[in-house]
Design a protein around this ligand. Structure first.
Ligand SMILES: C[S@@+](CC[C@H](N)C(=O)[O-])C[C@H]1O[C@@H](n2cnc3c(N)ncnc32)[C@H](O)[C@@H]1O
Length: 308
């Protein structure tokens, strides 16, 4: 995919989105692979085991509001640093981000710090019970160094969780066509990641597990999720995910595309605007059954975690 010539930009705006009855959609499957018998780190810590509620945890999240969960108790909703800190008042929670975008009203046991996770960490060794990072694809040039730092900062028996997604738009029924706006999107991010030295294909290249293993973590559990774009899937949970993911994509589409497409393909603003109109049309088309791959990898610092 990445060695192809840049696609030519559309020159005219597309026709309105189709209104025909959608073709039957396949239901995306969740698959659990390699060593998946271990519970998710999030659920392991967030489950309200009475014995754990008074436990003092030191929790570190990279990226704003980054302690998150799609665990049995909270369902698919996002759980931020503030929610985590509220729910576990005995936990000391630290959230970092490279940008000053943190909320000002936060629980007393949470603190935010402006910090670049790619620089040497200053927290010391063996300090955190749980380290969480999410959606850092496209931001990190050396993932091995990041996981090595997480390994050093994690306490023995502690957990690290990494949640990433792929920028490659896929379909299981070939409804994402070759040369389509969605395929061009994937191509732009694959090439852009190479150009900037910060990959958007972390999930596709199994970067999380490879680096975790190399860092020395054990009991690596992997959960793969297909996240539909748009409400095309049969199952209610995926339909809902699709509605949210499409709304998020539509809200941010210009921000994603403007810089990437002008840098990678050298397109002019007018070409990009025409392309965005095409892309919007495709992600609203009920016959296009597009999804992104997401992967949650948990790893445990040996020996395996026993919450006391
Ligand atoms: C796509 S957002 C994800 C936000 C949040 N983690 C979540 O899951 O909703 C990526 C975040 O990572 C932050 N970020 C990017 N590079 C970083 C770095 N080197 N160190 C710390 N944070 C970084 C960005 O500022 C941004 O807030």
């Amino acid at each position: 995919m990445s060695d192809k010539a840049p696609p030519s930009a559309p020159t005219t705006a597309p026709a309105p989105a189709p209104t025909e009855t959608p073709a039957p959609a396949p239901a995306p499957a969740e698959l659990v692979s390699a060593g998946a018998s271990a519970p998710s780190a999030t659920s392991g810590i967030l489950e309200p085991e009475p014995a754990n509620e008074g436990q003092s945890l030191v929790v570190f999240g990279i990226g704003r509001e980054t302690v998150s969960g799609s665990d049995q108790r909270h369902g698919p909703e996002r759980l931020g640093c503030s929610d985590f800190a509220d729910e576990y008042p005995n936990a000391e929670v630290i959230g970092t981000d490279i940008s000053p975008i943190q909320p000002s009203w936060i629980p007393p046991n949470l603190r935010f710090e402006i910090d670049d996770a790619t620089l040497p960490w200053t927290f010391g060794s063996n300090v955190f019970d749980y380290i969480h990072m999410r959606y850092l694809f496209g931001s990190i040039s050396d993932w091995q160094a990041l996981f090595d730092q997480a390994y050093a900062a994690c306490k023995p028996d502690g957990w690290v969780e990494s949640f990433e997604m792929s920028s490659v738009a896929r379909s299981d029924d070939d409804s994402v066509k070759e040369g389509s706006a969605l395929e061009t999107w994937s191509e732009a991010f694959v090439q852009g990641g190479k150009k900037f030295g910060r990959s958007f294909t972390i999930v596709d290249e199994d970067v999380q597990q490879k680096c975790m293993e190399k860092s020395g973590f054990t009991d690596i559990a992997v959960k793969d999720i297909k996240c539909p774009i748009g409400p095309w899937a049969r199952e209610k949970k995926y339909k809902e995910m699709g509605m949210y993911s499409r709304a998020a994509l539509e809200a941010d589409i210009e921000g994603y595309v403007l810089m990437m497409f002008s840098t990678v393909f050298g397109w002019e603003k007018e070409q990009i605007q025409a392309y965005i109109a095409l892309l919007r049309r495709q992600i609203r088309d009920p016959n296009v059954h597009c999804y992104y791959r997401m992967r949650i990898s948990n790893m445990v610092y040996p020996p395996s975690l026993v919450l006391k």
